[in-house]
Write a protein that binds this ligand. Sequence first.
Ligand code: RP5
Length: 179
Amino acid sequence: MSGLEITPWVGIVMGSDSDFPVMEDAMRVLETFAIPYEVRILSAHRSPEETAQYARTCALRGLKVLIAGAGWAAHLAGVLAAATTLPVIGVPIASSPLQGMDALLATVQMPPGVPVATMAIGQGGARNAALFAVQVLAVSHAHLAERLLAYKDVLAAEVAAKNEKMQQRLSLRAVTGGD
Ligand code: RP5
């Protein structure tokens, strides 16, 4: 360690490097909000000891939230949640012939007592996982709450711009008779 390294607040865990193109969307969002994060490849099934060890020690290392993305019978988020008190956000990934429905059910259907905040399948879910992590962190960091409000303003402005463009197209269509 150089001594200049920043303690990550968010741990992004994925079951395989093949999950990276999806989970990269979560990384991009965290970078937009300037939130320090770390990335690990850990597998509930293929490296269970390392996964449990990571989950047991992540709070002690200063992490605040975990994001876990995995495909097939995706037990990664649940296994992490079993061994940490940090909030765990799950992202089901469509890497199997069942297009992520298997991962969705495996991630969301946690037994009572061990919750996983489960997002949508795929890149949209990865993006929302990061936003959800920012929302968790914003409870105790007012500057993040402010940035989230600004982000919502951007979303609303984008919708308004799309509506404006649509109205113009429809007006043109009325004038030209649909051509
Ligand atoms: C899951 O199996 C991983 O999360 C990944 O989505 C899927 C395929 O893994 P690889 O065979 O590409 O390593 O555990």
